[in-house]
Design a protein around this ligand. Structure first.
Ligand code: COA
Length: 289
């Protein structure tokens, strides 16, 4: 299917971010525009006088689920464009889930108007680097050692990621192509992808992928922390998390943020102990069935 250019979508997303204070599209959507066209991804758009007035991205997964993002240019709102795109994605899959980044009042009103309910709550948690508890260099649990990513580690990382996130709607589905697309991004830094191995067997047990999207922003991200289920309960989650925090501190970041499911109480409790507090939330809406 025909699709707009990444540049045009970025301009629309920038205008929405300037008006709303929140970026309206996820990394996965922007990556899909940079990659060759793929099955199961539908891009809808309307052009206005000076660029795109609206854009929607719909992803139809193999298991029958679907999710979408919709953004309308601030100057083109309240003219029914959002409704038009919502009807389009709903026609493709009535069980479609729609992201609202930032949980903003317009999206809430829009969802209520269309009889949608909140089905998923994703939290953004953040902390300043120079706040308590201090970020210190962690000591590896006995029997484990850490190093950063090297070419050749791809499959071991994918295996652990798939097992650690077997029940996660997006993260557990990451393929080699998805991984390579992220590694081809300008922000990717192998030194920021920290791996924890079992000594002796050399098995990958845990990892912490950190992300610095824009070094000048001073904001680093806990991108993905995963522990192989075979190694859970041995303190590796805390160790891997601390390794990444120390890395981001050493890179001069002033603020660290992360995303976590709002109902993942153990993870939220762990991050709270490490000084993180909720700073924003993204909500997923679905139609009443
Ligand atoms: C949410 C969004 C997509 C709505 O797009 P839109 O083109 O303005 O929506 P529509 O014109 O189709 O609005 C349909 C109805 O939703 C409600 N609505 C939409 N925006 C509203 C607002 N700011 N305040 C109150 N009600 C609102 C109204 O009931 C409206 O009907 P009305 O204009 O006849 O009163 C747009 O504000 C946007 O791009 N926001 C940022 C991205 C985002 O949050 N997307 C997630 C969508 S779930």
């Amino acid at each position: 299917m025909d699709r707009p250019s990444l540049e045009a979508v970025n301009r629309l997303a920038d205008a929405a971010r300037a008006a709303d204070g929140v970026a309206p599209l996820s990394e996965a959507t922007l990556l899909s525009l940079a990659a060759p066209s793929a099955d199961g991804q539908l891009h809808g758009y309307v052009e206005g006088e000076s660029g795109l007035d609206a854009y929607s991205h719909l992803r139809l997964e193999d298991d029958g689920t679907a999710w979408a993002e919709i953004v309308v240019h601030p100057q083109a709102r309240r003219r029914g464009l959002g409704t038009r795109f919502l009807e389009f994605v709903r026609d493709q899959n009535p069980a479609v889930r729609v992201w609202a980044h930032g949980d903003l009042p317009p999206a809430r009103a829009f969802a209520a108007h269309h009889g949608m309910r909140r089905v998923r709550d994703l939290w953004v948690m953040s902390r300043a680097v120079d706040t308590d508890p201090a970020i210190t260099d962690p000591v590896a649990p006995q029997g484990f050692s850490a190093r950063s990513f090297r070419p050749g580690d791809e499959q071991a990382w994918l295996d652990v990621n798939g097992r650690a996130f077997a029940h996660h709607p997006e993260q557990g589905r990451m393929t080699l192509a998805d991984l390579q697309a992220r590694m081809a991004e300008s922000w990717f830094d192998p030194a920021g992808l920290l791996l924890v191995f079992e000594k002796g067997t050399g098995r990958l047990a845990a990892s912490h992928w950190t992300k610095i999207a824009e070094p000048t922003s001073g904001v680093g991200e806990v991108y993905v922390v995963g522990v192989d289920p075979d190694f859970q309960g041995r303190g590796l989650g805390g160790y891997a998390t601390a390794l990444g925090l120390a890395h981001l501190r050493d890179r001069g970041m002033r603020e660290i943020e992360l995303y976590v499911e709002g109902d993942n109480e153990p993870a939220i409790a762990t991050y709270r102990r490490k000084g993180f507090e909720r700073s924003a939330r993204d909500v997923m809406y679905a139609f009443e069935q």
